[in-house]
Design a protein around this ligand. Structure first.
Ligand SMILES: [Zn+2]
Length: 386
């Protein structure tokens, strides 16, 4: 292809906005809005958790504030650096916050918070700036307060310090308490020219329809396994084997991939294999011990991941028994041994049983019982011997 002017390209070049993984369609939409000066005054970025909605909102803010005003934030100027540090006066991140002692609705959002609360918030925002895929988690922060939205309303009418537009990012907008949502609605009804409001949510249905309809909605798709894998390698320095496994487990979410890295999924997976061995050998005492340990985690997400690992293991066994390659090369030997020893095993049945256990988990059933039942049923998928 001849080297054309960048502005004549149909899609954005692949390296565009590298702080945001994938999402080419969204980049394209926003880029053409920037080119034609038709940035909306309010956006709703929706899509699953961890696919880059906040990352895109912050990148949009960085681009708008960048002193170079190109199609790519320069990453070097004072404005870019301040955005990255979440210290830019024309960028406000609005999230759920804790409620201070004796705080009433008239207080500014941070006024009654303890020094500990304030430093926790500051640290979480700093981490978000450093890695926009970081999921903010502030103790006791359950709702986006009306005072935060009132502050937005006031600031939205003020001129931007840097002479550009002010950007407000409301992360997990579904966390807004009712009064906050109603206050925001008023702002969306009378848009101030000098600001852009970006709401992000993984749960669009939980927002007021009147808010949704006043925003330009942009859907974010889950990331592909390959996008996650290469981002893990290139951005986070993860080695190739780990990156492949984590990308597979992350289910389209980069934030989930990052949290999997922290949780040492490899140790967990080792335990999964022990459990499968205990279950298939019909060792009831060992299974009971495993079930007790799993229930003791008191963490449904972790239990779910455990069951997904079990599911993956049987799926891999199935794939391998049909002579195809599996992704988890490190497990291949163990899987081969299993298949050789149990050529008659009902692998589809085992997969079905595991899926059933996962769906029971969603319905809040007693964890120990789910695990114990699963073990018994897995055992039953093996043909009776002698
Ligand atoms: Zn810049």
């Amino acid at each position: 292809m001849a080297s054309g002017m960048p502005s004549e390209q149909i899609g954005p070049p692949l390296h565009l906005w590298p702080r945001v993984i994938g999402q080419q369609r969204v980049k394209q939409t926003l880029l053409s809005a920037l080119r034609t000066g038709r940035i909306a005054h309010a956006y709703l970025f929706y899509g699953e958790e961890g696919v880059g909605k906040d990352a895109m909102a912050l990148e949009l803010a960085r681009m708008i504030q960048c002193e170079q005003q190109r199609e790519e934030a320069c990453g070097q100027c004072g404005s870019c650096l301040r955005v990255q540090e979440m210290q830019h006066p024309d960028l406000q991140l609005i999230t759920a916050l804790p409620v201070g002692k004796g705080e009433d609705k008239g207080d500014p959002p941070l006024a009654k918070l303890s020094p500990d609360d304030l430093s926790a918030i500051q640290e979480e925002y700093r981490r978000k700036g450093e890695n926009p895929y970081h999921q903010i988690s502030i103790p006791r922060a359950n709702v986006i307060k009306i005072s935060s939205v009132r502050e937005l309303r006031r600031e939205a009418t003020m001129t931007a310090f840097g002479g550009k537009k002010r950007v407000f990012v409301i992360s997990r907008a579904e966390d807004m308490e009712d009064s906050a949502a109603n206050a925001l609605l008023k702002t969306l009804e009378e848009p101030a020219g000098g600001c852009i409001i970006v709401l992000t949510t993984a749960n669009r249905e939980a927002l007021l329809p009147t808010i949704v309809s006043r925003c330009q909605q942009i859907r974010f798709d889950p990331l592909t396994e390959e996008e996650i894998r290469s981002a893990l390698i290139n951005r986070d320095g993860v080695d190739v084997t780990h990156a492949g496994l984590v990308a597979r487990l992350a289910n389209g979410s980069y934030s989930r991939a990052l949290s999997l890295l922290q949780d040492d999924v490899f140790a967990e997976r080792k335990f999964v294999i022990d459990f499968i061995r205990d279950a298939l050998s019909g060792n009831a005492a060992a299974v009971a011990e495993d079930a007790e340990r799993i229930a003791g985690w008191k963490n449904r997400d972790k239990v779910q991941r455990f069951l997904l690992f079990v599911l993956m293991w049987f799926r891999d066994a199935l794939v391998l028994s049909r002579g195809c390659d599996v992704v988890n090369l490190d497990q291949q030997e163990e899987l081969n041994r299993f298949i050789t020893r149990n050529p008659e095993a009902d692998l589809l049945g085992a997969i079905g049983e595991t899926e059933r256990a996962i769906s029971l988990l969603d319905r809040n059933t007693y964890i120990q019982l789910i695990i114990f039942t699963l073990a018994t049923r897995l055992r039953a998928t093996l043909p009776k011997r002698r």
